[in-house]
Design a protein around this ligand. Structure first.
Ligand code: ATR
Length: 280
């Protein structure tokens, strides 16, 4: 009998993860099913328990459940612990073990697929939720220079900065003061602002000679930030589709012991982006 996997989040209906994992499973020859399960913060614990009771072997967690997933895990990896956020669940006896492959996925996409050298890049991280927490440790490990975290709710930016434990290198700043921060070599949008309203105003003064702009989301919700990046002279404008495929490959490797090849899946999904503009 095959193994059972699911992605949890809200909204989840347009998630590409079931397609990505089905393609990986076919490539490697693993018998599995992978479904999308709609769950809000209020019903996530119950949905996860029900999935476990049905024999669920593993899962992915997306917006807005990554920090809640961390709390529900009996054990977590070191990188999930540093992030305080979990995107990958592994059934371990009667418990969930939590890991976080978002950071590794982002770094792989930016360095291997897009050929960006991240070392010494002065970096601005917009947002301090689960997505931002997932990628911040990996960015630091990849050798970026200073990291400035800007968030609508200042306390969350402070908490993220404290969790990184590098006060000389990682700084929280007010969103309203962003114009005073100078130029950045890497600007990452990890907010879900577009979903609930609109992107915070970002001045052109943030953009330097070789600035790469990266939105962790893809499809329609990535359009406003990437349009801002292009209009303001950023050297690269990258959406989160490649990261999505890479984090999926890392999760797949944790579950099945083999890392699938990602280019074919990425090319297929990006080639059909026009039909994916409503994806989350
Ligand atoms: P995710 O897993 O995508 O990070 P999340 O934990 O709900 O989801 O975090 C959403 C992020 O987008 C947060 O940084 C949030 O800011 P707050 O911490 O102040 O809530 C940010 N965000 C959401 N809507 C926003 C808006 N309209 N303007 C600015 N930031 C917004």
């Amino acid at each position: 009998m095959g193994k059972h996997y699911a992605v949890f989040g809200s909204p989840i209906a347009h998630s590409l993860s079931p397609r990505i994992h089905a393609a990986f499973a076919k490539q490697i020859g693993v018998d599995l099913d992978y479904v999308a399960i709609e769950a809000s913060l209020d019903d996530f614990a119950a949905a996860l328990a029900a999935f476990a009771a049905r024999g669920g072997n593993g899962g992915n967690v997306t917006l807005p459940l990554k920090e809640a997933a961390f709390v529900l895990c009996a054990t977590t990896s070191e990188r999930a612990h540093r992030a305080g956020a979990v995107n990958t669940l592994i059934r371990d006896g009667g418990n969930w073990h939590g890991d976080n492959t978002d950071g590794t996925g982002l770094i792989r996409d930016l360095t291997d697929r897009h050929g960006l050298d991240l070392r010494a890049r002065r970096t601005l991280l917009l947002g301090a939720g689960g997505a931002a927490r997932g990628v911040a440790p990996a960015l630091l490990d990849a050798g970026i220079d200073q990291l400035f975290v800007v968030n609508r709710t200042t306390e969350r930016a402070d908490a993220l900065v404290d969790a990184m434990g590098e006060p000389g290198r990682v700084h929280a700043r007010y969103l309203g003061d962003v114009a005073a921060l100078g130029e950045f070599d890497l600007i990452i949008n990890a907010t879900s602002a577009v979903r609930g309203g609109e992107l915070p105003a970002l001045p052109r003064s943030l953009v330097g000679r070789r600035t790469a702009a990266v939105d962790l989301s893809y499809g329609e919700v990535a359009i406003p930030f990437l349009a801002w990046a292009r209009a303001n002279g950023c050297h690269n404008a990258v959406d989160g589709l490649g990261m999505l495929v890479e984090q999926a490959a890392e999760s797949f490797a944790l579950w099945h012991g083999v890392r699938p090849e990602t280019d074919a899946v990425f090319n297929e999904l990006s080639g059909r982006n026009a039909s994916l503009v409503t994806a989350d």
